[in-house]
Design a protein around this ligand. Structure first.
Ligand code: ATP
Ligand code: MG
Ligand code: MG
Length: 584
């Protein structure tokens, strides 16, 4: 499920290749001050994309879409995708997030190591590696009178920016001599000024109809410790300026981002063209393209809100199986291929839209139904006693591991006097059209015998504690004449003496509202208080607990939770039900 489906980005790339926009040796060596980016000439990989997360949280399903677009698109064209950490906001960033992000990208099946590119293998980058060259570029802008240090307060700058309908007002510092700005910029770097005292701004046009071109700030003072550069810097570049510089230094051809950056594109182009005119970057320059971000119902996809869920203890952590994070989806049991199928189905478009959560669930079912091994589990057990089978007798039964994959072979399990069945599979007083167990009725115990229900035992509260039945020895599944007795109901079961105990977690939506952060209120008001239900159930004996995903017959798709199973009792997550129970 690579990003190979026809979409507008592919049309752009196809046209670029046809026009030979990049030539063969398109990317000259980066400036001497830049970190040594690539040791070998870049020629075989003509398409370069990048996935540029900020290491300020775990990645979510929206990022998976961006990873799929960027890595998938590069792979489709035999190109390269860079993993670049956009670590320009020291207060919010952490090494732990860097590692979690690398883990998520790899788990999805993508790699920034291109072993097929001799001498050009690792494409892991950090914006912080460019801090020195970015500083030099900023000085060059100042020298060319294209940037100045503004000593207005942040409030004054905001006020003087103007509005959509009125132009901005020039700062009194706008026309200061380059030397004075250079001096101040050096002082900013040297730590001589407090946060917010001044900022470096590009000198473009305070009357531009695009507010992003009204002398945007490109450097601000932040006396903050950075997870990689430590205390080496107390000024940090703004994302909107840093991003095009990073793209150009790395030889990115197609810089793909989400629609909210569309208004930033003129500044992206201004930055690159200006630096190229100054001889600091070589043409051809990267281009920015925007696609609609993924918005999904019943979750929030904002790292800030996900962080809040974690910090305030509304979930058990970033990898809680209810979280729309890649780590959470993974722990829940989602597979990389199901997430890629979801990305493919939701497509790449220019128009914002909302995707229902059920689309992800259906992608998972379609991904797993053809491959997931089958097994039986009982989630709400009540005992079924086969009164005409001696307690020491064991009859081995068989079932296919997968109905359409005979090569997977058969599974075997014991049929014994005491079984577990689902409580809902017995009714003392049957409802209309109820074909399962009730006194006098016959049903098939799946893969085993037809039984006749003979009654039940109840406790002092009237709750059924045992169901009784007699089996018909000649009706064993798979033997000649097994079908002679016709029944209308089939019931799943496991042997009470052989079954494996397990804790099973059944999940519901994390929010009760489809778009919890759409209204005016607090998204936390819409948390579903019943988003997880834990039951003690029984699994078919012989089940391989190391299987990635099972289909439990009648119940849905389940996956073992290795992290939660640490104390011995297997913990199993329901990924999704067999059918969409959420039809809107
Ligand atoms: P968040 O608002 O959740 O913090 P972000 O965009 O600030 O997301 P980044 O770390 O900057 O987070 O994201 C890395 C890349 O992933 C960016 O190119 C961004 O456009 C993309 N991305 C983030 N969210 C989505 C989404 N919902 N759909 C598609 N792409 C996304
Ligand atoms: Mg961002
Ligand atoms: Mg963000």
């Amino acid at each position: 499920h690579e990003a190979s489906t026809s979409n507008f980005l592919r049309q752009i790339i196809d046209a670029d290749l046809k026009a030979d926009r990049f030539g063969d040796k398109r990317w000259a060596a980066p400036p001497a001050t830049a970190r040594e980016l690539d040791k070998a000439p870049i020629d075989s990989a003509r398409i370069r994309t990048r996935f540029p997360p900020e290491p300020n949280g775990f990645l979510h399903i929206g990022h998976a879409k961006s990873i799929w677009v960027n890595f998938g698109m590069a792979a489709h064209y035999g190109g390269i995708c860079h993993l670049r950490f956009d670590d320009t906001n020291p207060e919010k960033e952490e090494q732990a997030y860097v590692e979690a992000i690398m883990d998520a990208v790899k788990w999805l099946g993508y790699d920034w190591q291109h072993s097929d590119q001799p001498g050009d293998q690792s494409h892991l980058y950090f914006a912080s590696d460019y801090f020195e060259v970015m500083y030099q570029f900023a000085c060059a802008l100042i020298n060319a009178n294209l940037a100045y240090v503004d000593e207005q307060s942040a409030d004054q700058m905001r006020t003087n920016r103007g509005t959509l309908t009125s132009p901005g007002t020039n700062s009194p510092w706008r026309d200061r001599p380059a030397q004075a700005s250079l001096q101040r910029f050096a002082e900013m770097r040297a730590g001589q000024h407090p946060d917010g005292a001044m900022a470096l701004r590009a000198r473009i046009d305070m009357a531009s109809p695009n507010i992003n071109l009204r002398d945007p700030v490109i450097y601000r003072i932040r006396h903050a410790h950075h997870h990689r550069t430590g205390d080496a810097w107390c000024i940090y570049p703004m994302y909107s300026w840093a991003h095009p510089v990073e793209d150009a230094l790395e030889g990115i051809t197609h810089s793909i981002c989400t629609l909210e950056f569309e208004d930033q594109r003129p500044f992206y182009d201004w930055t690159l063209n200006t630096l190229a005119d100054l001889g600091l970057l070589k043409r051809p320059l990267p281009h920015q393209y925007e696609f609609a971000r993924l918005n999904m119902s019943y979750v929030v996809t904002s790292k800030r809100k996900l962080l809040q869920l974690v910090q305030e203890g509304h979930v058990q952590g970033w990898d809680d199986p209810r979280m729309p994070t890649i780590a959470g989806l993974r722990r829940r049991g989602y597979t990389p291929s199901s997430i890629k199928l979801f990305c493919e189905r939701t497509g790449v478009s220019k128009a914002n839209s909302r995707i229902d959560y059920s689309v992800l669930e259906q992608a998972f079912r379609d991904d797993q139904d053809p491959v997931a091994p089958r097994a039986v589990a009982i989630l709400d057990p009540v005992k079924l006693v086969i009164t005409n089978l001696p307690a020491d007798q064991v009859v081995m039964c068989q079932a296919p591991r997968h109905p359409h994959l005979p090569e997977l072979g058969q599974r075997e399990f014991a049929f014994t006097r005491e079984l577990w069945i689902e409580r809902e599979d017995f009714m003392e007083e049957p409802a209309k059209k109820y074909f399962r167990l009730y006194p006098g009725n016959q049903v098939r115990l799946k893969y085993a015998f037809v039984v006749t229900c003979t009654g039940c035992i109840k406790d002092e509260h009237g709750r059924v504690t045992e169901v009784h039945a007699e089996y018909l020895p000649d009706t064993r599944s798979g033997t000649p004449g097994a079908d002679a007795v016709k029944v209308k109901g089939t019931v799943t079961w496991v042997s009470a003496t052989h079954a494996i105990a397990a804790q099973i977690r059944l999940y519901d939506r994390l929010f009760t509202e489809a778009y919890p952060d759409a209204g005016d209120g607090d998204f936390l008001d819409h948390l579903n208080p019943d988003s997880v239900k834990t039951v003690n159930g029984w699994l078919e004996p012989g089940i391989d607990l190391n299987t990635a995903v099972w289909q439990f017959e009648r119940l849905g798709y389940f996956a073992p939770d290795a992290k939660a199973s640490e104390n011995g009792l297997p913990v199993i997550n329901r990924v999704t039900t067999l059918k969409d129970t959420w039809a809107a």
